[in-house]
Design a protein around this ligand. Structure first.
Ligand SMILES: [Zn+2]
Length: 202
């Protein structure tokens, strides 16, 4: 009996061309997996697309002096063509800015919320002191509290390999404008992953 196999590949940001390291990381392993299951006679759906939301898009658009939409349109085209010309066998390569994507994402979120699978918790959020916008962890840089490396990132230190939070860094600064970020308590939605642990292990 053929099995249904969903290959859900990582979605690259449409904020610039992808390089060969990305292809080795997300492209080739998933393509090998999908081709193996097709040869085995299984019914495979390998999908991905460009992620066109979030700070990486707005930062790159500001640097190039274009709108986020113009930037995303351009790099969606570049990335899709590159992946196709490399021979990666996506069944669907789409984008996060389609009406279908908005609808599905909102359906998943509201279903999880209504069923009590999403919990709210307060956490310290990182904001730009210049624009007031949120700063993703990797856009914050500072000195590592463990090894004193001066260019550690807000998600990890590349020198000692420890995982960090932006609040752990000494002399934190924004990688966009070099200014110290502001930390404010904000409310976040968290998926209650432990509630799914039994089913996921099975
Ligand atoms: Zn370190």
């Amino acid at each position: 009996m053929p099995e249904n196999i969903l290959v859900a590949v990582a979605w690259p940001y449409a904020n610039g061309p992808r390089h060969v390291g990305h292809v080795a990381g997300f492209g080739v392993p998933s393509d090998i997996f999908a081709r193996y299951h097709r040869l085995k006679g299984n019914r495979v759906l390998m999908i991905s697309g460009t992620d066109e939301h979030g700070t990486p898009i707005t930062v790159a658009a500001e640097q190039e002096g274009v709108t986020p939409r113009e930037l995303a349109d351009r790099y969606n085209r570049v990335i899709s063509e590159d992946l196709r010309e490399l021979g990666l066998s996506y069944d669907l390569f789409t984008r996060t800015t389609t009406q279908n994507h908005y609808q599905i994402v909102q359906e998943i979120f509201t279903t999880l919320l209504n069923k009590g699978c999403i919990i709210k918790q307060k956490a310290l959020g990182t904001f730009s002191s210049v624009t007031g916008r949120t700063l993703p962890d990797r856009y914050v840089e500072g000195t590592c509290p463990i090894c004193n490396y001066r260019a550690a990132r807000g998600d990890q230190c590349d020198n000692c390999g420890h995982q960090l939070d932006p609040t752990d860094l000494m002399q934190p600064r924004s990688r966009i404008d070099g200014r110290p970020p502001v930390f404010r308590e904000t409310e976040h939605f968290y998926l209650d992953l432990p509630a799914f642990a039994g089913r996921l292990r099975t």
